[in-house]
Design a protein around this ligand. Structure first.
Ligand code: SF4
Ligand code: FES
Length: 257
């Protein structure tokens, strides 16, 4: 008979060689039994190269299957898993454990909470509908009137460059949910909607810039931005969000795109 080596575990979670035990403190909320959110802590094994998403999966799979969070691609592309990690909006699939723990090994707690400004439905899972409502309101698609082309719409490299940065948005909501104006008044369109309007306003092939600028000239539009740069700091795609908002403001002021 072959002897089966006993596997080390922490809290029932397999602990691979080289892992350390850390505490993951998660804001939990189950609307069916809780009046308000509360914190729960979990001891888990973690490798320096683990991502926060790995820790959440281990807690869900081995400790508490009711833990709720969104995720899909696990590679920073789908934008599903924005959450507050150690108080900062980030994608759980992009944050490595080694970048969260103090180098002296003394700080071994990671906190995870839902992004702010959107209603929490359960645990780390928020209602994204107000976010997508603002996104849809700015008409984030190419608008043209007549003159159907017989071939692709040609654009120079310089014209394409004009809106290159804002094409990178993955609609994760990290920017909008880090904005103090959005927290205080959810009727503000928010940075992500403006980024996606920018992507088309400055596209030389588009003919809908005026309608989008009219929409963003609204009381809840770009003028609500207080240039705090939280959005730019939060963006996992490195988009210059505040700069994009400033460019939209300038286009409104000078009637020029
Ligand atoms: S601009 Fe950046 S932070 Fe905002 S939704 Fe897009 S990818 Fe996310
Ligand atoms: S799971 Fe897709 S971006 Fe993180």
């Amino acid at each position: 008979m072959t002897a089966v080596a006993e596997q080390n575990t922490v809290n029932g979670i397999p602990a691979p060689e080289g892992s350390v035990t850390i505490t993951v403190k998660i804001q939990r909320f189950n609307p069916e039994i809780d009046d308000a959110p509360h914190w729960e802590s979990y001891e888990v094994p973690a490798l320096p190269t683990d991502r926060v998403l790995n820790l959440l999966f281990n807690i869900k799979n081995y400790v508490d299957g009711t833990l709720s969070f969104r995720r899909s691609c696990a590679h920073g592309i789908c934008g599903s898993d924005a959450m507050q990690i150690n108080g900062i909006n980030r994608l759980a699939c992009k944050v490595l454990v080694k970048d969260l723990l103090a180098k002296d090994g003394k700080e071994t707690t990671v906190t995870v909470a839902p992004i702010k400004g959107l209603p929490t439905l359960k645990d780390l899972y928020v209602d994204m509908e107000p976010f997508f409502e603002a996104y849809r309101a700015v008409k984030p698609y190419l608008i043209t009137y007549g003159n159907e082309p017989t071939r692709e719409r040609i654009q120079s490299a310089a014209d394409r460059e004009r809106f290159d940065d804002t094409t990178k948005c993955i609609l994760c909501a990290a920017c909008t949910s880090s904005c103090p104006v959005y927290w205080n008044d959810g009727s503000y369109f928010g940075p992500a909607a403006i980024v996606n309007a920018h992507r088309f306003i400055f596209d030389s092939r588009d003919e809908g810039s005026e309608e989008r600028l009219d929409i963003l000239n609204d009381a809840e539009g770009v003028w609500r931005c207080r240039t705090t740069f939280n959005c730019t700091d939060a963006c996992p795609r490195g988009i210059q969000v505040t700069k994009a908002i400033q460019e939209v403001k300038r286009a409104l002021l000078f009637k020029r795109v």
